[in-house]
Structure formats: C-alpha cells, structure tokens
Design a protein around this ligand. Sequence first.
Ligand SMILES: Nc1ncnc2c1ncn2[C@@H]1O[C@H](COP(=O)(O)OP(=O)(O)OP(=O)(O)O)[C@@H](O)[C@H]1O
Ligand SMILES: [Mg+2]
Length: 248
Amino acid sequence: MPVLTTPVTTNKFVDGEGNKTQQHSDTAGIALQLRSVTKIYTNTSHALLDVNLQVKHKEFLFITGPSGSGKSTLLKLLYGAELATQGEVIVHDCNLATLRGDRLSLLRRRIGIVFQDYKLIPQRTVAENVTFVLQAQGYTRKEIQRRLEPTLKLVGLLAKADRFPDQLSGGEQQRVSIARAIVATPPLLLADEPTGNLDPDNSWQIMQILEKLNSFGATVIVTTHDEQLVRRCNHPVVQVRDGKLYRK
Ligand SMILES: Nc1ncnc2c1ncn2[C@@H]1O[C@H](COP(=O)(O)OP(=O)(O)OP(=O)(O)O)[C@@H](O)[C@H]1O
Ligand SMILES: [Mg+2]
C-alpha cells in the first residue's frame, strides 16, 4: 500500500551533486517519496499543499481526483518537469530539487512517461516514435531492433509499425505512447490519464498492458478519472482533492 506519510526531516538522500548523505532506513524498498510538498504555480493558488506520499518498488498505484486537482502536477514533480515550491521530492533516492543536467537526464532514463496528450511526432512512423529516445540515448541499431519488436507486440501494434500517427485510432496512438515509455524497460512508469478519451474496451486493453509491466517488476503510477476502471482493478488508490492527498 502507498503510505501517506507524516514528514520526516532527519533523513537524507543522495543529492544532485552525488554527495553521499545519510540514508533513510527503508530507502532500499522505496521507489519514491513526497515530503511536505507544496506546489504553487506563478499567479495561481496552490496545486498541492503540504502533501506526503511514499510508494514502494513494484507497487501499482492509482491517482484519482477531479479535473484541475493536481494529478498531472504530482507526476510532473516526480519526473522533474516542475519543481516543488516547498518540500522534497525523492525518486530512486535522488532529490529532484538538487538534480541538474546529466544527473536529471540519467534519472529520467529510468522513468517511463505516458503523457496525457500522447506527444507523438507526426512526421515519424510508429517504429520511429518508439525508438527515437533509444537513438538519442546512443543505443546500438542492433539493441534498438532487439527491443522494438517485443515492445510493439506487447501493445499490439507490430503490424502497424510503419504507419504515421494520423493513420491510427486514438487508442492506437495511446498504445504507441505506452510503447515509447516502456521500450527502455524503466523501473518506474508514470502514466497520466492513459485511458482518457478511450472506450471501455480500449481502456481495459491499456490497463492489461500496464499490469503486465507491473508484473515484470516496474513500479506503476496511473492517474485517471475513470472510477469504473479503478473499481475493476484491485490496486490502491490515492485521491487528490483541494491540494491534499487522501487514501481511498
Ligand atoms: N503551468 C501552469 N501554470 C499555472 N497553473 C497551472 C499550470 N499547470 C497547472 N496549473 C494549475 O494547477 C492546478 C492543477 O493542474 P493539473 O494539471 O495538475 O490538474 P489535473 O488534476 O491533472 O487536471 P486534469 O484532470 O484536467 O488533467 C490547476 O488549477 C491548473 O490550472
Ligand atoms: Mg492532468
């Protein structure tokens, strides 16, 4: 179960400069932590207010909550697209507040991200969209080929590898974005509304893929509005409401 922890301020982690610091006693089993985290965007009220959360490795966690409640913000803090206004965000023992440049890139390589709006490159094929990041990270052509086929197979798109995004349905585009997020087998997968705008069958297919990844050992965090889907899957749920987290 995820833990909505009370803040602990005495423990330390590896900081952005790689300095060894005092370790939390449970650190080996913990994938990520938010400690007294507040996020305030410029000119807005708080998106998150003094929240605490602890997720263990290999957990599968749903984050629910109304539109605008802070679900995407929470994920953005976890992959360093946004910085906390206050508090600490610790992912794989790295403190996001002090992580810069290469070290942030290295951490991001260990996080697969499924974006709420897919973010596919329209001029590239399915295969190219999926392998683009591997190429940028210097994987060999052989290694890229070795990874591509089973990944496309897993998301059911092997036969459509040469299509362009605008030749795919919404559900298929979403599966491309999942393939791209998982092709490098990251130990942590963050999926922001991966079933948004999909019909129940497609949503269920997506969930099966995410559950399979989790069964392979990845920690998976999924934001969703889909209460039915949450009920159908037997995973812990944290709700974001008025900037606070509640266990459901
Ligand atoms: N870049 C930004 N600048 C200013 N305010 C922002 C920014 N991004 C989000 N917000 C605000 O922060 C709050 C939380 O937004 P967030 O996108 O995290 O919500 P959400 O729960 O993901 O919503 P949805 O379910 O609609 O995707 C909202 O009030 C939103 O308007
Ligand atoms: Mg969102």
